[in-house]
Design a protein around this ligand. Structure first.
Ligand SMILES: *[C@@H]1O[C@H](CO)[C@@H](O)[C@H](O)[C@H]1NC(C)=O
Ligand SMILES: *[C@@H]1O[C@H](CO)[C@@H](O)[C@H](O)[C@H]1NC(C)=O
Ligand SMILES: *[C@@H]1O[C@H](CO)[C@@H](O)[C@H](O)[C@H]1NC(C)=O
Length: 258
């Protein structure tokens, strides 16, 4: 009688330890101690869909370097605590938003193939959006009107030629706007109208020859405006700009030609 009992005691010892790499769950997870969030790392798994059964308390989800070419934010509805989502380097061509992601603060879409952005919906606490190095040719008027908490918007390295005057309408919390390395030839005078908190504006590496008068709203506090690598047609009237902003500027002076 005691022999089978002993075997029962031994067998569990002989079994391999509980696996941390569940074959149905290819993504390792660990606590991110800095952010105090559960971080799930699905980087470089050749995934063509968001894996089901991710931990419900996922706070940071890394999905960089996969094959998520078309995606709806509905895929993240089972993750109500999701704050940071990295979808860079996926060849993403289509994105749909709408379903409520109540906690999402940071969305990284850089290094994809997006030609357009939808009018972003259902992301009420989004504070950082990066869509750098995609193929955006235009922005919709009011594209960001429903992500009014946005503080940091990175559109560097796209194909933007013009912008509608309401491109950034409603972005009253925006502090950092990066439009560098696009194909911008001119900008609408009212572009910065709602951006009362803007601190840093990157316009370097475009095709700007001039800026409209009163482009920088009067009474606005800017800290940094980067303007290098544009074919400026004439020296801008800096005094007007500086006077208009009642502030300190760190201009990277354009290579002026008359
Ligand atoms: C995520 O996983 C990839 C591939 O295993 C690894 O290279 C990367 O360092 C990980 N990232 C983090 C933040 O742990
Ligand atoms: C988007 O914003 C508009 C105006 O700011 C508002 O009327 C509308 O209800 C919002 N839509 C969603 C889905 O939040
Ligand atoms: C630049 O702006 C100042 C202040 O408004 C104005 O007095 C001056 O005439 C302008 N200079 C040129 C070259 O337009």
């Amino acid at each position: 009688m005691w022999v089978p009992a002993l075997l029962l005691l031994i067998i569990p010892v002989l079994l391999p330890p509980a696996s941390t790499t569940d074959p149905d769950q290819p993504c390792p997870s660990e606590m991110n101690k800095v952010k105090d969030l559960l971080e799930v790392n699905c980087t470089g798994q050749t995934l063509s869909a968001v894996p089901p059964d991710l931990p419900a308390d996922t706070g940071i989800l890394l999905l960089s370097i996969n094959r998520l070419t078309s995606l709806s934010t509905a895929a993240f509805l089972p993750l109500p605590q999701l704050q940071d989502l990295d979808l860079s380097h996926n060849g993403l061509v289509a994105l749909r938003t709408g379903p409520l992601l109540p906690s999402l603060k940071e969305l990284i879409l850089s290094h994809n193939a997006l030609e357009a952005l939808p009018i972003l919906q259902g992301l009420p606490v989004l504070t950082r959006l990066a869509v750098a190095h995609n193929s955006l040719e235009m922005l919709h008027a009011g594209a960001f009107q429903n992500v009014s908490q946005l503080k940091d918007l990175d559109l560097r390295g796209n194909q933007l030629r013009t912008l509608p005057q309401e491109a950034f309408a409603g972005l009253r919390a925006l502090e950092d706007l990066d439009l560098s390395d696009n194909l911008l030839e001119e900008l609408p005078k009212e572009l910065l109208q709602d951006l009362q908190k803007l601190v840093t504006l990157w316009l370097s590496g475009n095709r700007l020859r001039t800026l409209p008068n009163e482009f920088f709203p009067e009474g606005h506090l800017f800290m940094y405006v980067f303007l290098t690598e544009n074919p400026w047609h004439y020296v801008l009237n800096w005094s007007v700009i500086v006077w208009g902003c009642h502030s300190y500027f760190a201009f990277y002076a354009p290579t002026a030609s008359v």
